[in-house]
Design a protein around this ligand. Structure first.
Ligand code: C2E
Ligand code: CA
Ligand code: CA
Ligand code: CA
Length: 279
């Protein structure tokens, strides 16, 4: 048993070392990924729950790593954040999403609002606002068709500074939504002071909404509060007809999730866009 314990320990430290080395390597790889065009965006439909029509798309980042293959954001966004590369990557995402939205529009399709995730570190950067203004100008995308998804942690800083930035963004004309709403343990008074347009109800509440009375209560409360504050609500992680029925009954404005469609590459999303709804 003793020997076994030692082996476990060795296994554990080796594992830790391997992870540290992997992290370090990934960090170096990330630095080159933008130039080497290894990033891509997938798009997921956002659906009006009353009409079933397509009302937007969320851009989701993918990394096609030359050795590891497809990497999901959770595997590299934290590394990009801690190593200060999120700014460059976020810029790429914003530009690419705006270019794509504009390309779809130019090809004769209705202008589809596109949502982009903004990480707190990116948002905090002084260059964020001027860079965004530059991208909007360069791509000539009407600002109201860009929606920035911010997490509550973004709002956890100096309220005055945040309010100024958010108002500047609203003046530019972009839409603002709070992502993963309900998971942030945040004092909700910010909803009164900040110019927010929509709340995205976190998928952890939606998942068991038909079986778990606590989750159902939370979702009901969020939708009702959003209604009073004149905010749109977008339910994440809609996977079943039961989810859909529950949310429709509540008059939740929009839904997103595997029930309507998984995130797909731009060329595949084009067919959804042409149809104006999901299959
Ligand atoms: P998120 O913003 O909450 O995005 C929703 C995530 O849920 C996406 O995972 C999406 O693929 C997944 N999803 C969609 N529908 C369903 C469903 O019905 N069921 C389940 N179980 N999952 C569903 P993904 O693409 O792996 O992204 C994970 C997170 O990474 C995102 O969470 C977002 O926080 C972050 N992220 C993605 N793209 C970017 C980006 O360009 N920049 C930054 N800063 N963060 C990003
Ligand atoms: Ca999001
Ligand atoms: Ca989310
Ligand atoms: Ca999430």
């Amino acid at each position: 048993a003793k020997e076994n314990g030692r082996n476990n320990y060795q296994f554990f430290t080796t594992e830790l070392n391997t992870r540290a080395v992997q992290r370090h390597t990934l960090k170096r790889n990330l630095r080159r990924a933008v130039e080497r065009r290894e990033f891509g965006l997938q798009y997921q439909a956002r659906i009006d729950l009353q009409t079933g029509k397509l009302v937007g798309a969320e851009a989701l980042l993918r990394w096609h790593h030359p050795e590891h293959g497809l990497m999901m954001p959770m595997q590299f966004i934290p590394i990009a954040e801690e190593s200060g590369m999120i700014g460059t990557i976020g810029q790429w995402v914003l530009r690419e999403a705006c270019i794509q939205a504009q390309a779809w529009h130019q090809s004769g399709l209705p202008l589809l609002p596109i949502s982009v995730n903004i990480s707190p570190a990116e948002f905090r950067n002084k260059e964020f606002l001027p860079n965004l203004a530059g991208i909007l100008e360069e791509t000539a995308l009407p600002p109201h068709s860009l929606e920035l998804e911010l997490t509550e942690s973004v709002l956890l800083q100096n309220a005055e500074t945040i309010a100024i930035t958010l108002h500047d963004l609203k003046d530019m004309g972009v839409q603002l939504s709070i992502d993963d709403f309900g998971t942030g343990y945040h004092n909700l008074s910010y909803l009164k002071h900040f110019p927010i347009d929509a709340l995205k109800i976190d998928q952890s509440f939606v998942h068991d909404v038909n079986d778990d009375t606590d989750d159902a209560t939370i979702v009901r409360a969020i939708v009702s509060m959003a209604d009073s504050l004149k905010l749109r609500t977008i339910a994440e992680g809609v996977e079943t007809t039961e989810h859909l029925a529950f949310l429709q009954a509540l008059q939740c404005s929009e839904g997103q999730g595997y029930f309507f469609g998984r995130p797909v590459d731009a060329d595949e999303f084009l067919t959804i866009l042409e149809r104006g709804e999901t299959p």
